[in-house]
Design a protein around this ligand. Structure first.
Ligand SMILES: [Zn+2]
Length: 263
């Protein structure tokens, strides 16, 4: 598993366009020793040829252009970015999807609630359906190992999996009241544990601080809530819990009864 951190700033980036705090002003006038930063964005690759984006930041176009590994190959003429995993429907997590609308077939994974917010309430995101085939959405179940990419060949054990864990945050303010009432709150904000062979990565760009379930993915006592950072990104090597054999992903999550109405 390869991991690239494409951006590491909070919402608005650094410097923020409308901020005159000492840091932002100092960076603009070069009196502060620092580097401009784009918004939090991570890309993960289970193989040489394909990359998964963890969320889609508002700075995504600039971040992809600055990363040679994410450039389209002249031989296939397509982008190696094949899939996006969304941790919430927050603007900072989904706005970059609009940068990916240029007729590239995509696979988008999120909780069913996040998918409903983006596809039922926000017609802007229908531009993703213009590609051929249109963007495919899959709903991530909570607390269950979910298959993302099959092994590289027969007998290989390098399949790529993830487990979504609820972080008990809230849905964004822009979600309409009636839809919000119909959505389970545990699907508002998730953290992702990505697994391939003995490698583990836990990604949680926003920790609302109200749920504690995610702490079971921690490996270092100093990261425990109260002492640790508000964001968590770390990689763990573990051989204690072997991954199950590869199984093809389920067609639809059992809670997707609404599906027929959406299609
Ligand atoms: Zn500032």
């Amino acid at each position: 598993m390869k991991i690239k951190v494409l951006g590491s700033a909070a919402g608005g980036g650094f410097p923020q366009w409308n901020c005159a705090c000492p840091n932002c002003s100092g960076l603009r006038s070069s009196t502060l020793k620092g580097r401009p930063r784009t918004q939090a964005q991570v890309a993960v690759s289970p193989s040489q040829s394909s990359w998964f984006l963890l969320n889609a930041s508002p700075d995504l176009r600039q971040q992809i252009l600055a990363t040679p590994e994410l450039a389209p190959s002249p031989s296939t003429s397509g982008s190696p970015v094949s899939s996006i995993l969304l941790t919430s429907a927050d603007v900072d997590c989904v706005m970059g999807l609009l940068h990916l609308r240029e007729f590239q077939p995509l696979h988008i994974y999120s909780t069913l609630s996040v998918r409903r917010i983006l596809t039922e309430e926000n017609s802007l995101f229908r531009v993703l359906a213009r590609s051929n085939p249109p963007a495919r959405w899959d709903s991530l179940p909570l607390d269950r190992l979910f298959p993302l990419a099959p092994p590289s060949g027969p007998g290989k054990k390098d399949g790529f999996f993830c487990t979504a864990v609820s972080l008990m945050g809230s849905f964004p303010d822009y979600v309409g009241e009636s839809l919000r009432r119909s959505l389970p709150p545990e699907e508002a904000v998730i953290g992702l544990q990505l697994l391939q062979k003995e490698k583990r990565l836990f990604y949680a760009p926003s920790l609302p601080g109200v749920g504690e379930d995610w702490q079971r993915f921690q490996t270092r006592p100093q990261d425990r809530a109260g002492n640790g950072p508000r964001s968590a990104l770390w990689q763990q090597r573990s051989s204690s819990t072997p991954l199950p054999p590869w199984k093809n992903p389920p067609h639809a999550h059992p809670s997707e009864q609404y599906e027929s109405g959406l299609k």
